[in-house]
Every structure is written in C-alpha cells, then in structure tokens.
Design a protein around this ligand. Structure first.
Ligand SMILES: O=C(O)[C@H](O)[C@@H](O)[C@H](O)[C@H](O)COP(=O)(O)O
Length: 247
C-alpha cells in the first residue's frame, strides 16, 4: 500500500480559491484522493456523531473510491450521498448509485449508510424534496467531477434555466438537460446546486487528462458559471476548492 510520502504531488498551485495538485501517476492520484477524504472524515467523526460525504459519478472517480473503501474509519457513522444522479433506478449499471455501491461501499466502507437519490415508486419531485430534507446535514466533504464540456454535478453549459438553477436556494434541483450533449443519453437528472455546495467543509475536484487540465485553467480565467458551470466549484462562497489532477 502507498504511504503518505509516496503520494506527495509533483506540482502545486495555491491561490485563494483553488489549490491545484498534480500527481505523477494514476495510482498516486487515487491514493492521494483517498487519503485526503479519509482525513477529513476522521476529523469530522472526532467532532460530531456522524460524518457526511457527497460523491459524484462519471468515469473518473472509481479508483479513488476503491482506495477510500480500504480506510480504517468508523464507517457505520458515515452517511454517503450523491452530488447528482441520472434519472435511473439505483441498481441501473449507468446510475451513479451503482458506481458508488460497486467501488466505495465495499471492504471496510460496506457499513456506511448510503442515501440514493432515486428510489422505485418515487417521482423526480419527491426525490428532490427528500434530497433537500437530507441536505440539512452539512457535508464534511464533496467530491466533484468535470465533464469535457465544463459541466459539474448535472449542471451543463447551455442548460435551459441554468441561471435560475445556479441561483436556487435549494441544495438539490431537478434538471432537464435535453439538448445538452454532455448529458449523454440521460437528460433527466437531479443535481446539487451552489446552495448545496456552499456549506461543505471540504471540496475536492477529481480530474484527469490534458484536455481537462486546459479546460480547468480556462475556467479559472473567468467567474461566470453560466458559461462554464465548473466555475461554481470555486466561485461559490465557502471553503477553497482542492483539485487533484493527473495525466
Ligand atoms: O452523473 C454524472 O455524469 C456525474 O456526476 C458528472 O457530473 C461527472 O462528474 C462528470 O460528468 C465527469 O464525468 P467523467 O468523469 O466521466 O468525465
């Protein structure tokens, strides 16, 4: 297993809103993500009866979740929930729930309490209302991803009503991303908003590849999340965004 010293970043760029760390290999990147999340959860459990972790889906974060599942934490005091979900049932292989179940909720983390966003028999409005009730518990850590189009959570560039969704006072909103190529075959979704991200005690963005590095640098040159929704990760007031990148 890697030690803390093996996973020091190759380069760092720290500003007031973003701390960007580059890792030399995918293995170091995965372990570094797990170490930082485990540290945050451990601190939270020292101070409060329960800790809360919000996770994204997509093709990038799986190795970090698998590494985190091996962390010796008091997992039965940890609530795991989602940043966003495609309007699919939790056992659908394309759902973010399925990703979290098959990567994180294994090994030591099997005993964590997992809140899916969708559930059989629940309408999208009921699912969003339930998510907003749970959101009264402040997240200790939020893991975000970024799509090749600059979306984060399920807030896509060009999404109808994006400005209103970004300004919503609610932590979760229903999304109809019809016409947004980044949403792939799943236009109906539920997404975290800036209001849901703001109170989190830690924000971690997991990205890989040259294209995403350049896109993130471009995002940092501006402030408007309507143009590039990933900007909400660092323009939303609250804690500084930590970015973990590797090629
Ligand atoms: O449901 C989703 O699609 C995700 O939660 C989404 O916001 C994800 O983080 C990005 O799309 C990045 O996805 P990739 O890692 O596959 O590029």
């Amino acid at each position: 297993m890697s030690t803390r010293d093996d996973i020091l970043p190759e380069a760092e760029m720290a500003g007031p809103r973003v701390h960007f760390l580059s890792y030399q290999s995918a293995e170091q990147w995965a372990w570094a993500g797990a170490v930082v999340l485990a540290g945050e959860l451990r601190r939270a459990l020292e101070q409060r009866p329960r800790a809360r972790l919000l996770l994204s889906g997509g093709s990038t974060p799986g190795p970090v979740y698998r590494a985190l599942a091996r962390a010796p934490l008091d997992w039965d005091r940890i609530d795991v929930a989602l940043v966003d979900e495609r309007w699919l049932q939790p056992d659908d292989p394309d759902s973010n729930s399925h990703l979290v179940r098959t990567t994180l909720l294994q090994d030591k983390a099997e005993s964590a309490r997992f809140e899916t966003l969708t559930r059989p028999g629940r309408s999208i409005e009921q699912a969003v209302a339930a998510a907003n009730l749970h959101a009264s518990q402040v997240p200790d850590a939020v893991v975000l991803g970024m799509g090749d189009d600059g979306h984060t959570a399920s807030l896509f560039p060009g999404l109808r009503g994006l400005e209103q969704l970004l300004a919503s006072p609610n932590a979760y909103v229903p999304v109809d991303a019809a016409g947004c190529p980044g949403a792939g075959p799943w236009p109906r979704r539920i997404s975290l908003t800036p209001a849901g991200l703001a109170p989190s005690r830690m924000r971690l963005l997991l990205i890989r590849g040259e294209h995403k590095r350049r896109l993130f640098e471009q995002a940092m040159d501006g402030d408007d999340p309507v143009e590039l929704p990933i900007r909400m990760a660092f323009t939303t007031p609250g804690t500084r965004l930590r970015v973990h990148w590797c090629a």
